[in-house]
Every structure is written in C-alpha cells, then in structure tokens.
Ligand binder design. Sequence first.
Ligand SMILES: [Zn+2]
Ligand SMILES: [Zn+2]
Length: 270
Amino acid sequence: MLTDSHAHLDHERYAGDRDAILRNAWTAGVRTILTIGIGDGPDTMHRALDISRQFAGRPNTPRILASAGVHPHEASLADEAALAKLDGLLGEPEVIAAGEIGLDYYYDHSPREVQKAAFVQQMEIAARHRKPIIIHCRPSDDSTNAWDDTLALIEEHWAATGLGGILHCFTGEWEHAQRALDAGFLISFAGNITFPKAQPIRDAAARVPLDRMLIETDAPFLAPVPNRGKRNEPAWVAQVAEQIGTTRGMESNAVAEQTSRNFERFFNIR
Ligand SMILES: [Zn+2]
Ligand SMILES: [Zn+2]
C-alpha cells in the first residue's frame, strides 16, 4: 500500500486522462492521495475539493483527500476574499490541511514580505480550524534563506498550536529537518530524491525517523528517475519508496507501509 502525500490532480495536464492516471495509481498500489488545493491561484483553490468529491467511492481508484491554500507564488493575491475562501474550504471535512503555503525565494513571484504576511495569515486560519499545514519552501540558489525564515515563522506562529504539518519536497539541511521534527512536523520526500545530484536529500532521508516520514510525487512535477522530465503521476511514488528503501537498506514495501501508516496516524484517518 502506497500513499502519495502531495499531488496536483487538478492540474490541466491531467484534463484529458485523469481517470486513467488514477487507475494507474491504483494498479501501482496507491490507496490514498492528498491532492493540493492551490489551483492556478486563489480563484481555483476549490478544485482539489471538487476532485476529491468527484472520485469518492469509485472502484479501483485511490481515496482522494484535499488541501486548500495560497501558494507563495501567488501570495500577492491573498486578499480578504482569498482568505475568506480558504476559511470556507477548511471547514469542509475532505479538506484535511492548509497548503501548500510557505516561502519561495527562488522565483520571488511575490515580494518576500508579502509572502511572509500571507503565510502567517494562513497559519492563523488553519489554527482556527485545527488543521495542519503543508509547507512549500524553496530558497535562493546556494542559500538556505527561505528555510531559515520558514522555520522561524513556524516556531513563532505555529509550533504552539501543536497541530504540526508536513514539510513537502524536503531539500533543506539537517538542521531544518530537526527543527521541523521538534515542531511536530512530518518530512515528505519527492521524486527529486532519485536524481543523481540529490545526495544531500538522500542523506536527510537516511536520518529522518521512519515514523516521521512521508513520500510524495508532487505530480505533475518532479518525475523520478527513470521518467525524469516526463509528466509525473501518483503511480510513480513507488520509485520514491524504492529509493528510500535503497538508501535505508530496507524493503521498499516496508517504506510504503510505514509512510502510509504515518499519514493515517497524522491525519487521524484509516
Ligand atoms: Zn511545492
Ligand atoms: Zn506542490
């Protein structure tokens, strides 16, 4: 059994074959997918919930849960209406987390101070709903700037809620993983862990306690080796489990089972 803790099933690149993609996932052993509700911006952040409902109860289809949030790229669009929309979506039972939210200093699509403000405001809304947060973080080249700021904001505005969250697509230093673990977070590894230059990510995956780890695809992005560069899909979370198995010297099946159990325990679902 596999769980893909982070995919963008609402992406336009699945418009023609979403059913087939979900059947592929089922065939590969994927039983649960968390689809991320950022849309193309706040106006479409409800699409993840729509997909969760559309496919609920379908045979040979993974269970689909949803999140909602304003991605740091679109932080400058996080106005009152967008935050009210997030507030409404977090009230729905299928929407189990706020995200992906955080800081992206690589693209700087929104000014950094605006990103920080939107991040903090969304943490406050999530705290009211008692739902965890999913963190997107990408620093500038050869820097840990966004990780440093993200962890500082989590420690200041979130850790005390005790709700924890997920660091998605982890690429930070061990210090950042440790601080997130201390704040009750799980660490999720994506397909980039299979890339030749990703030894630092593999080193982190070797150290994160097995019961605090998740795996994800971030589909349609970041397809793992041997499909690097192609459109990613949830079925390929199997390659992430395999890589972590190799890195930790364990069966990939055991990685799949443990990370699925971690997801269910964290979100209190079965
Ligand atoms: Zn992300
Ligand atoms: Zn994502």
